[in-house]
Design a protein around this ligand. Structure first.
Ligand code: ADP
Length: 593
């Protein structure tokens, strides 16, 4: 992405504030013009004072002059301060508005991305966050540089140069001669830094990501006593970051020093040349002051320009990454035109092949039917592809081969959001947001009344348990037990009330008593809905109206419990192994039902 393309991408964000931009530009331009007052006043002062001295008229005649000059300079400073205030304030307003619009747009875009986007290595949480923060910061600099600083600065330098040429073309030429050297140095500096900056960005992202990971993995790190190993990994990154930083600083110091030198040489050249012209009688003595100040008016903005030039390169790297994130090709979830009002929930998979973006092929030629209003179980060893089937049914991913129909229509035809309004998902471990139990349940229907929330909690057998807690529904949901969190997830679905429900090992991480209680809530939830359940729990499998057995991404058997059991194939093997793991023989000796 070239810097021009980046600027063009910024325009839509700045356009709503064009009146502010115009006001800021005008104020800064006026500021630049008032900056030219000093050289003129000082030249006039020096020349007049010199003339008065020459005429031996001294203080008496000079007094009105001093009064007049003070008035003009003071007035100019007051105007300058007011302009400065207005310019800074409007500039800040533009930056703040544009930056919040950019951040909000990024958040909206990221939320619209498909699941595969988050899984890609370059998009892990820490990296995305760095890219977003740094990107917005960088673009703000760009807004500041382009829309607020650059034109008035150029105008300031240009006006000063013109005035210098007007006073003496030779002095003007000297001032002009310095500029290409200055630009040349800035350009070389930028070239040397561009690769280093990109490396810095990657290292910083790695470091942020690494730190987040450390916190996530604290328990494992400590239990394996791998603190030293992890520290060494971080240390390695830190060293690279340090070396890169030092290299960048060294280059900057060298070039900034050279540029200062060139500027000082310019000042010396202007002084010497002007003094020569004054001695030759071509210019008045006031011209020495006049030219030095004007040269300063030329070089000061140019100093700023080099800063901008520098910044532009940095901005380039970060904003490129920011817009790449916004434009991630194929990242936005696909959606179709059909807005379903009533879905029955008959799914048909026909010869479906699917590989994850990482390349792992998870499903091979899978054909299966999920009947509306019935419970269909998916059974198989771990890694067989059961969750993948659910991922495809929820449209989290699209198959590469074959097709999926829902109520006779390709799944791709449906509007994705409208489709998911008709679906509910309970996983082995459900996400509980930071907040109260009530807020977490209400996620199922943001407009639910307190009474509806309580009803849902009752249906999920959570209400009575909450009544025992001092804060009841206002308890921090993340502090609840695994079983209670599972009930929150079920209560959410009661509130959402979708006709299609996917249960992916909903009781796998719970103890036996809780499993039995949750099973009762799940049975209530399953009433009158299309249900797809993945479970290792035999009691839940035997309840299913139809079971599909998957092995290494293929459907190997399907049927009802008794039929499958009698076939003596994969179902029987898994079923028997599960039963054996319960040690049924011994249990039978002890149990009295
Ligand atoms: P099951 O639910 O039967 O345990 P999955 O459907 O989760 O199995 O996994 C099927 C295969 O797909 C496995 O080989 C697994 O490693 C792979 N897989 C699952 N999820 C992902 C993912 N997000 N990215 C890449 N591969 C995945």
């Amino acid at each position: 992405m070239s810097i021009w393309q980046i600027i063009r991408r910024l325009f839509p964000y700045v356009r709503p504030y064009r009146a502010l931009v115009a006001a800021t530009l005008l104020l800064t331009l006026l500021g630049a013009l008032t900056a030219q007052v000093n050289p003129f006043v000082l030249r006039y002062t020096v020349d007049t004072v010199q003339r008065l001295l020459h005429e031996h008229r001294g203080l008496a005649a000079g007094f009105p002059l001093l009064l007049g000059i003070s008035g003009i300079l003071l007035g100019k400073e007051v105007i300058s301060a007011a302009l400065d205030f207005g310019q800074s304030y409007f500039g800040e307003e533009i930056r703040v508005y544009v930056s919040s619009a950019l951040s909000q747009d990024a958040v909206r875009r990221i939320l619209s991305y498909r699941l595969g986007f988050y899984a890609a290595g370059s998009n892990q949480t820490g990296r995305l966050q760095t890219r977003l923060d740094k990107g917005v910061d960088a673009l703000m600099k760009l807004v500041q540089d382009l829309f607020i600083d650059i034109f008035p600065l150029l105008a300031n330098a240009a006006v000063s140069l013109v005035v210098m040429f007007g006073a003496s073309w030779r002095v003007g030429l000297v001032a002009l001669a310095v500029l290409p050297v200055y630009f040349g140095l800035s350009y070389r500096q930028a070239l040397q830094l561009s690769g280093v900056r990109r490396a810095m960005r990657h290292l910083k992202e790695d470091k942020n990501h690494g730190l987040l990971n450390l916190m996530d993995s604290a328990v494992v790190i400590k239990s394996f006593v791998r603190e030293g190993y992890e520290e060494e990994k971080q240390n390695h990154l830190q060293q690279e970051l340090r070396d890169t930083q030092l290299r960048m600083r060294k280059t900057n110091f060298l070039y900034n020093g050279l540029k200062s030198l060139v500027e000082q040489l310019g000042v010396v050249a202007v002084v010497v040349l002007t003094a020569y012209l004054v001695l030759g009688g071509e210019l008045s003595i006031g011209a020495i002051m006049f030219n030095i100040m004007l040269f300063h008016n030329v070089s000061a903005p140019i100093q700023q320009l080099h800063r901008m030039y520098d910044e532009l390169n940095e901005v380039h790297t970060y904003s490129e990454a920011f817009f790449e994130m916004l434009d991630a090709p194929g990242a936005v979830e696909p959606s179709g035109p059909v807005q379903p009002t009533h879905l029955r929930g008959t799914f048909e998979l026909r010869h479906v092949d699917f590989s994850y973006p990482s390349g792992t092929q998870a499903l091979y030629d899978v054909s299966l039917t999920i009947e509306a209003g019935r419970t269909t179980a998916l059974m198989g060893l771990s890694g067989a592809g059961k969750s993948t089937v659910v991922n495809l049914l929820c449209k989290f991913y699209e198959p590469q081969g074959g097709e999926i129909l829902l109520d006779g229509r390709p799944l791709t035809d449906y509007d994705t959001h409208a489709l998911r309004e008709h679906m509910g998902l309970v996983l082995q471990k459900n996400h509980i947001f930071k907040g109260t139990v009530e807020e977490n349940i209400r996620y199922g229907n943001l407009h639910a009344t307190a009474e509806q929330v309580r009803d849902a909690a009752r249906q999920a057998h959570l209400h009575d348990q909450l009544a025992l807690l001092p804060n009841g529904y206002q308890t921090d949901a993340q502090q609840l037990s695994g079983g209670q969190q599972q009930r929150i997830a079920i209560a959410r679905l009661f509130l959402k009330n979708p006709p299609i429900i996917f249960l992916d090992e909903p009781t796998a991480s719970l103890d036996a008593v809780t499993t039995e209680q949750i099973k009762a809530s799940l049975d209530a939830l399953k009433q009158g809905r299309t249900v797809v359940i993945i479970s290792h729990s035999l009691s839940q499998i035997v309840d299913a109206d139809r079971t599909y057995v998957l092995e290494q991404g293929r459907v190997v058997e399907n049927g009802v419990h008794q039929e499958l059991y009698e076939q003596g194939g994969a179902y029987r093997r898994i079923f028997d192994a599960s039963a054996r793991s319960l040690n049924l023989e011994k249990l039978a000796q002890t149990l009295t039902f």
